[in-house]
Ligand binder design. Sequence first.
Ligand SMILES: [Zn+2]
Length: 169
Amino acid sequence: MRCPRTGTPLKAVKVGGITVDISTACGGVFFDHLELQHFDEKHEQRGQVLADHLKQFIPMKIDLSQRIRCPKCIKITMQRHFYSPKNIIEIDECPGCGGLWLDYGELEKIRTLFPTKADRDNAAKEFEENILHSSEYRDHMQHLEAKEAMAKRIKNIKQVNSFLYLFNP
Ligand SMILES: [Zn+2]
């Protein structure tokens, strides 16, 4: 897989026994569907270790407003969703495979922005609503068999939420 920002090869690294794909060119990280299932076991050190590791890869100028393609699905453009009550953090989510791309510093931001369980619950709820009410989501749904797609999206959203809990146990 290649970095969706820089086109350089992603590097597989093991964090707490789980392999994720990171960009040493820009400090981004890709989590795929199955990886996230493993991540909901709340090993809190894993998030810290990964965030610290990524910090060293300070990106050259990258245009974060540029939409990116999923490194796994290649042809699918990832959807950018706000993931915080104050719309501070945006993350990229692949509607095809449920993968997530976090740019430089985003993991750290997610970890520090939600200090309490109530904060996390609110953020998770808001995130689900953002996705379900987005125009992109509605467009996407029109092109798929609605029922199956909905089930898949809900599953993906729940995994995103597990991800948030992992990094803020
Ligand atoms: Zn994908």
